[in-house]
Ligand binder design. Structure first.
Ligand SMILES: Nc1ncnc2c1ncn2[C@@H]1O[C@H](COP(=O)(O)OP(=O)(O)O)[C@@H](O)[C@H]1O
Ligand SMILES: [Mg+2]
Length: 262
């Protein structure tokens, strides 16, 4: 379980997060949504011990602020919003970085299988730097899937922390990544994902956290959060919320009169 109690972050004299409290459960996808600059990445970075915070946060009972990174890497893998790769690695070498960080036995063909899982079969020898942005994003996803290779191990559930995992992907690959995240959760792992696309979020997330100006404005199921009131206050724009029988709420931006194409 991820338990967060009154977490606050101040960086360069600016308070970026204040009094954030929530619980995320293994077996579920928890989505963090909110406008640009609302603190989503800062929250994810605090929860991966990249930023200092006040308050308390534990993952599987380990205090995030003080647990050694090598211990955390055994059951928690992180997909950052931007990943800089300083060396001329191949795609397979990037995936191997994840294998080395994770725990447990590794089959020889695991990197190739992880690349195939993100629709990059045969990409292993290709130079990472020459891949497209969307392909690079999927190689990084293969890396963290290699790291968190068992959704549940003898020491408990594994966790994926994803910062905008579908931002650079086409719609087919967006759905593929959503499916991988859901499968990981349904196999008993925990997923915490920063998301921008609210319709994809509704399809995939069990629990939504809505941030605004560094505060948790609302949290709950998609049917509670994907509603005109909370979204209008957070995003400051008009949205039309509809619902589909099998898929729950979905929304469209509501253009001002005279703004939309004829
Ligand atoms: N190291 C930092 N020092 C000061 N301000 C920062 C720092 N990192 C991010 N911020 C500011 O914190 C706010 C939240 O940023 P971020 O968490 O990246 O937002 P987002 O919700 O878009 O992911 C932004 O206003 C950003 O400019
Ligand atoms: Mg961000």
């Amino acid at each position: 379980m991820l338990q967060v109690e009154t977490l606050s972050v101040t960086l360069s004299g600016r308070q970026l997060l204040s009094g954030i409290s929530f619980t995320a459960h293994p077996g579920q996808v928890t989505a963090i949504i909110g406008p640009n600059g609302s603190g989503k990445t800062t929250l994810l970075r605090a929860l991966t011990a990249e930023h200092r915070y006040t308050g308390r946060a534990t993952l599987n009972g380990h205090d995030i602020a003080v647990t050694r990174p090598s211990v955390m890497a055994g059951f928690r893998a992180v997909l950052a919003q931007d990943t800089q790769v300083a060396f001329p690695f191949t795609a397979e070498e990037i995936v191997r970085l994840g294998l080395e960080a994770g725990r447990g036995a590794v089959a020889a063909d695991l990197p190739a299988r992880m690349l195939a899982k993100v629709d990059l079969a045969g990409y292993g020898p290709r130079p990472y730097h020459r891949l497209s942005g969307g392909e690079q994003a999927r190689v990084q996803l293969a890396r963290i899937l290699a790291q968190a290779r068992q959704p549940v191990s003898e020491s408990g559930p594994s966790w994926l922390f994803l910062d905008e995992p579908v931002a650079s992907l086409d719609i087919g690959h967006q759905l593929m990544v959503m499916r991988l995240a859901r499968d990981f959760a349904e196999a008993g792992g925990g997923v915490v994902a920063v998301m921008h696309d609210l319709n994809l979020t509704t399809m995939m997330a069990d629990h939504l956290l809505l941030l605004q100006s560094g505060r948790l404005l609302a949290q709950g199921r998609a049917t509670e959060i994907i509603a005109d009131g909370p979204l209008r206050s957070a995003f400051g724009c008009r949205l039309r919320v509809n619902s589909l029988p099998a898929q729950g709420p979905w929304l469209l931006p509501q253009a001002e009169e005279g703004f939309a194409a004829p």
